[in-house]
Design a protein around this ligand. Structure first.
Ligand code: NAI
Length: 336
């Protein structure tokens, strides 16, 4: 049985994600923490019949960390959607100033209180907040490369959905998103041109015009939602669905004997498995497919052969990622 702690649980992502976790019978304890209203959300969810224990925590004063520590105690998985979301016209990098400190302080406490937990970072800019989490855990001496993830599952959900629509448009044939799942993946980072959709043989179905519009929609799908919500936040419901898909696989890996296939933004250079040279020669973080077991990432799997177009996209992605990774590392070690 598994204890999950959600940090930022009262937010646009935190609430529906906590709802989905409330409905998972393998979660024995759900601890919700937020600087506002986590107790209210926990009380609301506690009326949904379940054998699961659910608790809400919020700081009693600006400097109080006891409630955060109580929420983290004995956690197996810590999920972090805390921080501010984008407004129209903002890039994910515009969030760095505020979210970098939030992620650093929350991961610091997680490293102290539940050093063996899986850490799943949702807060943007993921390309930089994951390096912050890794460096913070390293300074505490509790970093485990197999257990720290940037959640990029939403890029995969978008790819599966939008490619299914594109194939229908191009060929008239119905290929469901579920059929595409696993066969196509989004790798790279989690922002604009760092997102690299790998289409495998499905690319053959698409004209270059359809391909280009698919690529743009996968890379900039987040902007579509930010614009449509007109200043009232970014992707929350689709992100909660994506976050749940990833976390439920972690739960499966933790509680069963099976090995699960997943994709997430990881520091891959200390993990077993091969990555393409263009990635390994330039960066140490990348969203990649892997096998997930009880102890975390078991093996990076890179089964897809890349088209020339995809290789070109990888080159663009690693270039941008270099700076964004450095920004995260420098935030924790200003002198490095
Ligand atoms: P939101 O503003 O609705 O919720 C954020 C929550 O975090 C709020 O309830 C707030 O009180 C809480 N919070 C702020 N500081 C905190 C702290 N120090 N400790 C605990 N809780 C704290 O924002 P939303 O829409 O839920 O987005 C959250 C984050 O997720 C944003 O950074 C957003 O950019 C990111 N995001 C990531 C995606 C991904 O694919 N990885 C997709 C969509 C959004």
């Amino acid at each position: 049985m598994v204890k999950i702690t959600v940090l930022g649980a009262a937010g646009g992502i935190g609430q529906p994600l906590s709802l989905l976790l409330r409905l998972n019978s393998k979660v024995s304890e759900l601890a919700l923490f937020d600087i506002v209203n986590a107790q209210g959300v926990a009380t609301d969810l506690s009326h949904i019949p379940s054998t699961q224990k659910i608790t809400g925590y919020g700081p009693k004063s600006k400097t109080d960390i006891t409630q955060l520590q109580a929420a983290l105690k004995d956690a197996d998985i810590v999920v972090i959607p805390a921080g501010i979301p984008r407004k129209p016209g903002m890039t994910r990098n515009d969030l760095f100033k505020i979210n970098a400190s939030i992620v650093k302080s929350l991961v610091h406490q997680a490293g102290l209180i539940c050093p063996n937990a899986f850490i799943c970072v949702i807060s943007n800019p993921v390309n930089s907040t994951v390096p912050i989490a890794v460096e913070e855990l390293k300074t505490l001496g509790v970093y485990n490369p197999s257990k720290v993830f940037g959640v990029t599952t939403l890029d995969n959900l978008r790819l599966e959905e939008f490619l299914s629509l594109s194939i229908k448009r191009a060929t008239g044939k119905t290929v469901t998103p579920a059929e595409l799942r696993g066969d196509v993946i989004s790798i790279g980072g989690h922002s604009g041109s760092t997102i690299v959709p790998v289409l495998n043989s499905w690319a053959r179905n698409l004209s270059s015009e359809v391909y280009d519009s698919l690529l743009h929609r996968v890379q900039y799908g987040g902007d579509e939602v930010v614009k449509a919500k007109q200043g009232r936040g970014s992707a929350t419901l689709s992100m909660a669905t994506a976050g749940y898909r990833f976390v439920s696989h972690l739960i499966e890996a933790l509680t069963g004997d099976s090995v699960v296939d997943e994709v997430a933004y990881v520091k891959f250079d200390e993990l077993p498995g091969q990555v393409p040279d263009i990635v390994a020669d330039n960066v140490s973080y990348f969203s990649l497919p892997f096998k997930l077991g009880k102890t975390g990432v078991k093996l990076i799997t890179f089964p897809h052969s890349l088209s020339d177009k995809e290789t070109g996209l990888m080159a663009v992605a690693v270039n941008q990622l270099k700076d964004e990774i450095a920004r995260g590392v420098n935030f924790v070690h200003p002198s490095k």
